[in-house]
Design a protein around this ligand. Sequence first.
Ligand code: ADP
Ligand code: ZN
Length: 431
Amino acid sequence: MEFWNKELETLKSQKLRQLQLERLKKTILRVYQKVPHYRVKFQEAKVKPTDIKHLEDIHKLPFTTKEDLYVDYPFGLVALPVEKLIRLHTSSGTTGKPKAIFFSKKDINNSADIIARCLVMTGAKRGDILQNSMTYGLFTGAFVMHYGAEKVGILVIPAGPGNTERQITLMRDFGTTMLHITPSYALYVASVILDKGIDPRKDLKLKRAYLGAEPYSEETRKKIEEMLGIDIYNCYGLTEMNGPGVGFECKYKAGLHIWEDNFLMEVINPESGEPVKDGEIGELVLTTLNREAMPLIRYRTRDLTRIIPEPCKCGRTHRRISRILGRSDDMFIVKGVNIFPQQIEQVLMSIKGVAQNYQIILESYDEMTVKVEIDKELFDGKIERLIKMKEEIIDKIRSATMVKPKVELLEPGTLPISEGKAKRVIDNRTI
Ligand code: ADP
Ligand code: ZN
């Protein structure tokens, strides 16, 4: 098993906690001195930096929410003078307006170092060729991965998303061994490769892909792994915490390691703000422990997950979280039932004959319509097969969500293709 920084990655738990505490104290002191917004918040909560003596004392500190990032926008939470900042990124704005995040030179180096750990953890090394099909631009996804891969000595093809024909040409011409791509676009690219009669196992050199930026299920992972004959690793991150690499799977693909020397993680009950019991599902809250330009304290990610407390077989001591179950903002309510789009995705991807694209349409609070593309051959066959398929989808979604959906079966290519983050739920409800 390869390591990028074996000493840090396998640091004994007690030492890791010590390092976290040192870094936490330093971070708290810095924001108290440098960021008026935090000083005021700490004073309101009647807590001083010297009150933080143990890691558990973090509970005394107030949360930082997405809304706090708009206070004194855009430089409000920055802890360095502008001349020390070298990069701006904003979140992709899936929900609400974009949030500005700044990096110092040290932050850029550090985020690349984190990615280097992640990539090496999956077996990537010099000689690999990474096709980076995430969006280059304000979004962190492509840049942070790009710098990290270069740090390992991997050849990076900055393809960006879209132009699927060209993506495939690049793969063939340059012998791409790894992809960094969203799950929704990966499904599409895989289907185009197969439609063209290319045998990915023989005609391409692809070995692995890093899929992230949006939630997806184990079923989707398996489906793409089988289509392309590769290993898929889950890659989690958010702009507010540097972007990709906050959580990353190792070769065992059993949860995502969080680099605890860089992030202090908590999982809380989103309603009460209290910590959940070890291993229970809740909202992930992160504190940066090693960030210069824009430290964030107890940042509410809105992403739902649970900590996997058991040690990992790979030997890394940094704890893991489960695959993100959804973001609380994604949840929608039909007939009084809370539903996450991933519950529907999971059902669809487990059904044979379902193709790569689907959409959930909400017109009223009593009904949801699931539009789903299915394999072309099914439309050429007997009508009974289509009826059976529709019934199977309705039944399985009903048992997963407790709401009986309307289902429309569509030919492949009917729904809009997503190249970046997919928009799976179209909510047309006005009140
Ligand atoms: P936005 O909130 O505008 O989408 P980002 O582009 O920073 O901003 O996206 C970060 C969010 O994307 C995360 O908070 C999470 O909800 C989602 N995300 C990123 N990677 C994954 C992943 N591997 N699995 C599930 N969700 C993910
Ligand atoms: Zn591991």
